[in-house]
Structure formats: C-alpha cells, structure tokens
Design a protein around this ligand. Structure first.
Ligand code: 0RQ
Length: 513
C-alpha cells in the first residue's frame, strides 16, 4: 500500500487512469478539482478525452458536462475541449482551446461569480452531479482527503457527487497538510450563521475533506506537476500601473482612510497583479495581509520578506520555480498561508467585513466607469468573470487596471460605451492605466468623464473621446449619462471593419489615422 494512501478501503480501489475513466458514462456531469492551474486531476481527463474521441469517431454521441473551481490546464480543459464533447462548462476558464469551443457554440459556458457556484449547485440548478474527480495530496488512515495545491469547489463536489474518483498526486508535497481550512458551515438548507472570519488568518474549519467511502469508485496514483506558467518579465506599462496604485495607497494612508498595514489585499491573476505585488516589496508598508483567491509568486516573496504576515486564498498559482520552492518549504508557510473553499475565500460577507482592497484586470472601461472584464467586442468570451465580481462589488476599495491600449494601439481600453458590462459604474471606484489614475468615488457620471479621459485614456484617443462626449451632450435626451446611442458602439464596429478604433477625421470615417 502506497504511503500516500493510508486507508485500506481506498487502497483496494487503486486502478489505472484508463480504467477509472472507463467508469464515466456518456452524458455524465463531472465536478473536477482545479483552480488557476493548480490541483487539477492530471491523468483521468486525458484518459476520458481519449475515450470520448474514440466514441465520437465511431459516430456515438459522447458528451460530458464539466464543473471545476476555476481555470485548470491544457491537460483538463484543453484535452476535453478538443474532443468536441464538452457540452457544458462552468465557472471561470482561460484555456485557448476551450475558449474556441465556447465561441464557436460547441460548449455552453455558464460564467458565474465563483462564490455563487456552491449555492447554485446545491440548489439543483445544474442537475445532479454524477462524479467528483478530485486531486489529493494523500488519504489519511481514517479515510479523509488531504487537499493538494487548490481547494476551489472540491468540498461541494465531494459532498454531492454520486461517485468519487480520487487522484493521489505524490508530486504535491505532503507538507501541504495543515495549510488548508475546509469550512463545512455552508449548508444551504440550514439557517445561515455568520462566517466567523474577521481576519485573513482565522481558522474556522478542518484540514481535510470528509468523504463517504461508499461513494469512492476509484483511486488513481499520479506523480505530475501543476501547469505552472512562468510570469512574463515586468514591462513598462505594468510598472507604471503599479506605481500609480502605490501612490494611491500612500494618499489613502495619509488621509487616514487606510492603516499603514493597508487593508487585506486581493489581486487578480496575471502579470499586472504580479507587478503590483512586486512594487509592494519596496513600499513602506509592513504587517500587510491578503484575503484573495490565488497566491502568486509576488505574494510568497512578500511573505518571505516579512512584509505580509498572512495570506488567505483558495489556490496557489505559481511559476515553476516558485512551485518547486513551495514543494521544498511548504511547512514554513503553515500559519502564513491558508487555502479555503472558494465560497469562503470569495464570500461577499467576509470581503465586506474586512474592507478588502480589490485590484483586478479589465478588458475595457467606458467614460462613465462601467467595466468589461470578459467579452472581446461584446460577443467573444475571453476568460470569464472569475472572482472579480465577488470582490469588486463587496470590497472596501474596488480598483480596475489595464494598459490603455491593446493590439499595437488599434484598440483603446477606454471607450464611449463598454461592449459588455461585468462591473457596473456602481461597483467601480478607481480605474488605473499606465497613463494615470481616476478616482471615481463620490462622483456623478458626467463628473467622471474628464478624469477617465484625461487620466486614463491614451493620448491617441483622448480627442476622439472628447468629440464623442461633446456630441452626446448636445444630442442626448437624458443628460444624466449622455450617449449618442447610434455611435456608442461605433468604435467596436470600426475595429471589426477596418482593424482599428482610430477614426480618420479627414475621411469622416473609421480607418487608420
Ligand atoms: O491578448 O494575449 O492575445 O495579446 O487580452 O490582456 O493586457 O495581457 O491583461 O492578462 O491581465 O488579462 C481582463 C482578460 C486581462 C483578465 C483580463 C487582450 C490583450 C491580450 C490579455 P494577447 P492583458 P491580463 C481573479 C480575478 C477577469 C477575471 C478576473 C481576466 C489579452 O484580467 O480574465 O479578474 N479578468 N479574475 O491584447 C481586445 C481589448 C483588449 C484586448 C486586452 N479591449 N480588446 N483585446 N485585450 N484588452 C482570478 C480568478 O478569478 C480566478
């Protein structure tokens, strides 16, 4: 019996990934572990994809519905999407192959707030769950499951699935034991009590998942790394955005709206988020904390430097180098890093109570402060809302960041009207680009326009934005939020027709300026 599987009843169910995948029937709904490239099952999705491809090549209708924590990796979302048999997927994803299937209509994608998933599943809106396929670090003698590098929605999948398959991955260090806090007080049928977290370091649950052993149909042993994409080196735009944000923190501390420890930090995924964390390394703040979704490299570096005391999240999202560091040193982070179920890490009540500072990426914002985080040109899904809405609406500070230009300057991130709204003007407090920062708090829509255009838009697009706004002021029926409705999305149309949002004024039409 492997040392990682200490319970004989589980050990008796060890089999190959192919044999475990063979248990999954066509049409199955499957709750997979996995959150931002960590803790996803490494081998069963590939084996299942091979089965689906084979069956579909014979003309059989083999589809599945896939549920996860958030984005996974090519070995899960990528391979299953490629079969053409992923009929349904929720929540957040970021895989290029899956994105293509969502946008060509093959996969129905339900893009919901990460904190809502547990509730909606338990209320039955997604039907019953046939399988939970969950990666674990180990199985204890008592038959409890020690989580791996993410928790995500695993507790819910293990609780409600008819059948359970566990992948025990010995690549994950067994020193992860003790880093997790699995809270079981989220029963939707019971009267809810407050979630007793007042500080990112509070422990309110247990270190393992409990599981009904009679539901376990297979255990598969693996030894495979998490996906671990390296971060891009910091570029000038990310550095400039980070500098604006840090100046803003200074201003808030001086104005006594923030303590010198700052409020708990949430930062989205990606390179800009990592640049902000890097910038905090040289900032004067000490004893910071974090209440967020994902622990990135920058967070670990801040913990190592003694700048962050404790960070709470639901998953790691580390570069390969940092993942190896974590595997070698996980024990040193006990008490400093806590991984929780995503319905707790992202819970509005806890976020609001702690006055979290939420900083998330965006695709575009409009001149009134509405933000689009998910759709390219209003119709194509990029990744999904993830946890950005959970945090933005409930944070003490809700901040959105982006370079002011995309695609070589042919796209402006500041537009007359966003082509899709994820975060409404009511939820957006601060917008930052490399150009500067617009603090929208306390301002009515027309008062926000100047700040957003002058501080955030790229100079190449400022005059165009002013032209639009002035025309809107003159023709709009309502002057609360002035628009020229027939032109509100014309920048997006111009891009689709001519390849740029720039308007050739001389020609009176869209086109390269
Ligand atoms: O495309 O890679 O092909 O060049 O979008 O843009 O600027 O590299 O920024 O990686 O931070 O992503 C909003 C997508 C930003 C992300 C979004 C193109 C651009 C590039 C990426 P290329 P950048 P980022 C916690 C919080 C929602 C979920 C969230 C996101 C690519 O932050 O998914 O916040 N957020 N979760 O060229 C067309 C535009 C564009 C554009 C950028 N206006 N039009 N393309 N791009 N702006 C995490 C979780 O919830 C798990």
């Amino acid at each position: 019996m492997s040392a990682r599987i200490a319970n004989p009843a589980f050990a008796a169910k060890v089999m190959s990934a192919a044999d475990a995948a063979a248990l999954i029937h066509p049409g199955a709904s499957i709750g997979f572990s996995g959150f931002t490239g960590s803790g996803y099952p490494k081998e069963i999705p590939g084996a299942l994809a091979a089965r689906i491809t084979e069956a579909r090549s014979r003309g059989e209708d083999f589809t599945i519905k896939a549920f996860t924590g958030a984005s996974t990796a090519p070995e899960l979302d990528g391979v299953l999407a490629d079969t053409g048999g992923m009929a349904f997927r929720t929540p957040y994803q970021s895989d290029p192959h899956l994105r293509a299937k969502i946008n060509d209509g093959t996969t129905n994608y339900c893009d919901i707030h990460l904190s809502h998933l547990q509730k909606l599943i338990n209320m039955g809106f997604f039907g019953s769950l046939d399988f939970a396929v969950i990666e674990a670090t180990a199985i204890t003698e008592e038959g409890d499951i020690i989580p791996s590098s993410s928790i995500g929605n695993n507790r819910t999948y293990l609780d409600i699935a008819d059948k359970i398959i566990i992948e025990v991955n010995s690549w994950q260090t067994d020193d992860l034991y003790g880093l997790h806090d699995v809270y079981y007080g989220m029963d939707i049928k019971a009267r809810r009590e407050p979630i007793p977290i007042n500080h990112p370091g509070d422990i309110i649950g247990r270190p393992t998942f409990r599981v009904d052993p009679s539901k376990v149909v297979a255990v598969v042993e693996t030894n495979d790394p998490d996906r671990n994409t390296p971060f891009k080196p910091l570029d000038d735009d990310s550095r400039a955005i980070a500098a604006h944000l840090l100046n803003f923190f200074d201003m808030e501390v001086k104005a006594h709206r923030m303590p010198s420890t700052l409020w708990p930090l949430q930062s989205g995924v990606g390179n800009i988020a990592n640049a902000v964390l890097a910038g905090l390394m040289d900032a004067p703040y000490e004893h910071m904390t974090s209440y967020t979704e994902v622990i990135q490299d920058g967070m670990i570096e801040l913990i190592d430097a003694g700048k962050i005391d404790v960070a709470s999240a639901t998953a790691f999202s580390l570069s390969p180098t940092m993942a190896h560091h974590m595997n070698d040193h996980a024990k040193e982070y006990h008490g400093k890093i806590i991984l929780r179920p995503q319905d707790v890490s992202n819970h509005p009540e806890v976020i609001r109570r702690q006055f979290v500072i939420a900083t998330n990426g965006m695709i575009e914002a409009d001149i009134y402060g509405n933000v689009n985080s998910t759709h390219i040109m209003g119709t194509k899904m990029m990744n999904g809302i993830g946890g950005s809405g959970d945090f933005a609406r409930n944070a003490g500070y809700s901040i959105f960041v982006s370079p002011s230009l995309a695609k070589g300057g042919n796209i402006s991130a500041i537009v007359p009207m966003v082509s899709h709204v994820d975060h409404t003007e009511h939820d957006v407090m601060v917008i930052i680009t490399e150009q500067g920062l617009a603090d929208l708090r306390g301002l009515a829509p027309r008062q926000r326009v100047k700040l957003i255009i002058e501080n955030c838009a790229h100079p190449d697009y400022r005059e165009q934005l002013w032209d639009y706004y002035k025309e809107a002021l003159s023709v709009s029926k309502g002057i609360h939020t002035p628009h020229v409705l027939s032109k509100a999305l014309s920048w997006h149309e111009n891009l689709l027709e001519t390849g740029t949002m720039k308007i050739d004024k001389a020609a009176g039409a869209a086109g390269p300026a």
